[in-house]
Design a protein. Structure first.
Length: 263
């Protein structure tokens, strides 16, 4: 029997009179690399925002590790074990590479806030542990030699890896990646596929990914789900999705889908 880490049940969200997502029901198996794809405006990032607590659905539920997290705030969702990156990179401007990762560690910090200005021994001890953990994460993503550089001065691909390292600092069991290959050249995209597998295998996390680069999607995904106009229209292995006429129609139109069926 499959070990399901994330489940959504008939999720719907409306913004005013517009239904952005409807009937969104998925199950994500623990340890898998799953992609959520679809044309621009299909509702993919909206689904991520619902899962991570940024949006509250109009109806439906989000179940993580068997618990209903639908009504939880984003920082509480993070503490339960879900972390994410964003379509537009959101690093802390002016902060160093190391400081950005250390920020992710603070969600697990045990020292009370008032111990920081007092510089109490247990706070200083935990701060050293956080620094060591952060350096280990930077080494894992190949950025340890850039620890003292300003984060926003890094090359684009390195900023993406840094954002993932900061997400990993929260100790997630489920990692949501929103278009990790955006802005990357073909070589960087190929390296990204190996990097995603490395993250899954070495950090023992489940990965749910939104991506438009079909070479990345087909190259790294074990299961793919397809959204169009806020509804799931297909799911399956990369081979299943590549041959699915509904998917071809969503991306290329009815004429292309008809040609695909005729072959």
């Amino acid at each position: 029997m499959a070990d399901i880490i994330l489940k959504t049940e008939d999720v719907m969200i409306k913004f005013g009179g517009l239904t952005a997502v409807s009937g969104f029901s998925i199950e994500v198996e623990r340890g898998s690399i799953t992609s959520l794809i679809g044309p621009n405006g299909a509702g993919k990032t909206t689904c991520f925002n619902i899962i991570t607590g940024f949006y509250k659905p109009t109806s439906g539920r989000v179940i993580f590790k068997g618990e209903d997290i639908t009504s939880l705030e984003p920082h509480i969702v993070c503490r339960t074990g879900i972390a994410r990156t964003f379509q537009n990179i959101r690093l802390f401007t002016g902060g160093t590479v190391l400081q950005n990762v250390m920020t992710g560690c603070w969600v697990r910090q045990k020292s009370p806030w008032w111990s920081a200005p007092l510089q109490l021994p247990f706070f200083r001890r935990e701060e050293r542990q956080i620094r060591e953990k952060s350096m280990g994460l930077l080494e894992a993503v190949g950025l340890d030699k850039l620890a003292q550089e300003i984060a926003t001065g890094l090359p684009y691909g390195a900023q993406r890896r840094l954002e993932i390292a900061r997400a990993l600092a929260t100790e997630p069991e489920l990692l949501l990646l929103d278009e990790p290959a955006a802005g990357m050249n073909p070589q960087e995209s190929r390296e990204l596929m190996d990097f995603i597998r490395h993250i899954r295998d070495n950090f023992k996390v489940t990965i749910l990914m939104i991506e438009h680069d079909m070479k990345v999607v087909m190259g790294v995904s074990e299961w793919i789900r397809v959204l169009d106009y806020g509804q799931l229209i297909a799911e399956g292995t990369p081979a299943d999705i590549r041959a699915n006429s509904k998917v071809i129609e969503a991306y290329l139109g009815k004429e292309a889908a008809g040609k695909a069926e005729a072959r």
